[in-house]
Design a protein. Structure first.
Length: 175
């Protein structure tokens, strides 16, 4: 009952607001609107663009990691460089040709290779780096050590190549 009384009261108030007390304003607006014409032009017809097929899917992306370079100091350093983010190891300071594999040792289930450098012997295991071309030791067997080097090719891209150091016998031990 109270709700219907409130609804009736709201309807009466709204009807009272709609009387002609602002009739002079409405008449003035109707008079002014007679001379107004719109100046909006119709838009031109929509032209659909031609369909072009993308044929560069097989080309390397210009945003790939191989192409990212940053400036550090006065030289450009390649972010895809295999040595980026790690400290160089001792054996990376010697050319691979100046080192010899002089021994293989198995200790507590892990295989070590003994490398003779121009300065002193050094032991390494799988995962260590060796040589100036970011060579990573990938396998040590009874007679050889396999190294995966990462070098730049003619297109300035990093490629993998494999090198093998064979176990060398000491000349003094043969006599």
């Amino acid at each position: 009952m109270l709700r219907s009384a409130c609804s009736l009261l709201i309807c009466l108030l709204l009807a009272a607001c709609g009387n002609e007390e602002h009739g002079d304003i409405r008449a003035w607006m109707d008079e002014e609107a007679k001379g107004i014409k719109g100046s909006v032009q119709t838009p031109p017809p929509m032209v659909t663009p031609p369909i072009v097929s993308y044929s560069a899917k097989s080309i390397e992306s210009p945003f790939s990691n191989e192409k990212i370079k940053t400036r550090e100091g006065n030289s450009l350093s390649d972010k895809s460089n295999p040595a980026a983010g790690r400290a160089p190891e001792y054996l990376e300071g010697f050319p691979l040709e100046s080192m010899r594999l002089i021994g293989i040792v198995a200790f507590q289930g892990k295989t070590y290779a003994v490398i003779q450098t121009p300065e002193k012997p050094k032991h390494v295991t799988v995962g260590n780096y060796i040589g100036p071309n970011y060579g990573k030791i990938v396998e040590i067997s009874k007679a050889q050590m396999r190294i995966s080097e990462t070098v730049k090719d003619a297109n300035d891209l990093w490629v993998q190549r494999e090198k093998i150091l064979y176990l060398q016998q000491d000349e003094g031990a043969k006599k």
